[in-house]
Design a protein around this ligand. Structure first.
Ligand code: APR
Ligand code: PHB
Length: 405
């Protein structure tokens, strides 16, 4: 069946949410708990969304929030709580590895639990609650955002033209979605930093060779040993920005990881196993302001991107939609617009904190070929691993400040 685009089937809800990644799905869950009806509109299929490999570290405030809204059961059962990270460097043949204990420094931990798993839990909760969602839609467009009757139009998976009218539109459609460009050019401001390197990320079917994540500075470039479970390791190597993944055979990857992560030093060994996925990830910092325009509210990657060092992307999306759900509830249920009015400023406080932290971690750990940079990085690494104040600053930012700080 096809409905002419000029005469779409129209329905009404309170909040139409564009994008069903973690930000959109969690927002619909939080609104549902407050009795605020919403409809999700996503251009991909659920399987595609679940197939994307993303980061795997949850801040303690993300875990607390998910637990407080009934989504903590599988995290507690299958997630892995980490007290901190290992930071290491190798210079002039000498290697040092230090454990930085977040719990000792700031009383908070982090959890290893993949974004894919968070998304799976959110999708299951949506299905249980019978909340509406349109997947595999096309031609998504936002309308009348500066009026009190904004709407979103699209063509659904069956080819039917639809319009959803709402009190508010939540733009949770990631970096490439249509929501951010719907903020007029004269209003929107952007800040951007691209880094002169990228990450080659691999998934390997091998038990992690470490209890907690290892962030390694090495003259050949940064390396990170992360994990997804007791049997799956996630590993990264700093590579040039437009590196062709075909240049990296499995053998070359393992050799580079062994060198940079310090295989053989102080008896530590890197276990190898079959590599099941490899890809190159660009590194970018990006912030768009304001995060609200009229009745459009941006959240997650639609408004900001951080480089992956420090694993802030998902946590920032969770913090955004937590603030947004509170703001929309106060406005649409209690008639109080104050939190909606301050949403952009409130969310941006954390966005800039995480933007700074992920830039700082990235700058400290990635080699640039400049000997002056190298000395500053080594000095910084010595400071955060030997000074209480330096370590506490890193720990507070990594484990995450409370939502709404
Ligand atoms: N119409 C509808 N949906 C769209 C459109 C569109 N035109 N364009 C993109 N989308 C969808 C994407 O398919 C995706 O499912 O919006 C969703 C955005 O999800 P994410 O990119 O995952 O972004 P977000 O939900 O903000 O999640 C935060 O944290 O770990 C980081 O970048 C990582 O995705 C992660 C993010
Ligand atoms: C990951 O496990 O994918 C990961 C962990 C920590 C980071 C970045 C990515 O800083």
């Amino acid at each position: 069946m096809t409905t002419p685009a000029e005469n779409p089937l129209t329905e009404r809800t309170r909040v139409v949410i564009v994008g069903a990644g973690p930000a959109g799905l969690l927002l619909s869950h939080l609104l549902d708990l407050e009795g605020v009806e919403s409809v999700l509109v996503e251009n991909r299929s659920p399987d595609y969304v679940l197939g994307r490999i993303r980061a795997g570290v949850l801040e303690s405030s993300s875990v607390d929030l998910l637990t407080s809204v009934g989504l903590g059961e599988r995290i507690a059962r299958e997630g892995d709580e980490h007290r901190g990270i290992h930071l290491q460097w190798t210079h002039e043949g000498h290697g040092e590895r230090h454990h930085l204990d977040f719990v000792d420094h700031v009383g908070r931990s982090v959890w290893i639990y993949g974004q894919t798993e968070v998304t799976k839990d959110l999708m299951a909760a949506r299905e249980r609650a019978g909340r509406a969602a349109y997947y595999e839609v096309a031609d998504v467009a936002l309308h009348d955002l500066e009026t009190d009757r904004p709407s979103v139009t699209f063509t659904d998976a069956e080819g039917v033209s639809r319009r959803i009218e709402a009190d508010a539109v939540a733009g949770c459609d990631g970096f490439h979605g249509p929501s951010r460009p719907a903020v007029p050019e004269g209003v929107r401001r952007t800040w951007e930093r691209t880094y002169p390197y990228a990450w080659l990320g691999v998934l390997a079917d091998v038990a992690p060779s470490t209890d907690e994540l290892i962030y390694a500075w090495h003259p050949d470039g940064f390396a990170l040993h992360s994990m997804r479970s007791a049997t799956v390791s996630r590993l990264y190597l700093q590579v040039p920005p437009d590196e062709d993944v075909a240049q990296w055979s499995d053998a070359r990857i393992w050799e580079a990881l062994a060198t940079r992560l310090g295989h053989g030093q102080d008896g530590w060994t890197l276990q190898q196993g079959p590599i099941t996925e490899k890809s190159v990830l660009p590194m970018r910092s990006f912030v768009a302001t304001p995060m609200r325009h009229g009745r459009l509210f941006l959240a997650g990657d639609a408004a900001h991107i951080v480089p992956p060092t420090g694993a802030k992307g998902l946590n920032l999306a969770i913090a955004d939609v937590t603030l947004l759900a509170r703001a929309l509830t106060a406005w649409l249920v209690d008639g109080s617009p104050a939190l909606a009015d301050s949403y952009s400023d409130d969310a941006l406080r954390r966005v800039w904190r995480c933007t700074h932290f992920s830039w700082w971690m990235t700058s400290m750990l990635h080699t640039t070929g400049d000997p002056f940079d190298e000395q500053l990085q080594l000095s910084q690494l010595r400071w955060v691993t030997s000074s209480q104040a330096g370590a506490a600053g890193l720990a507070e930012n990594y484990a995450g400040l409370p939502i709404g700080f």
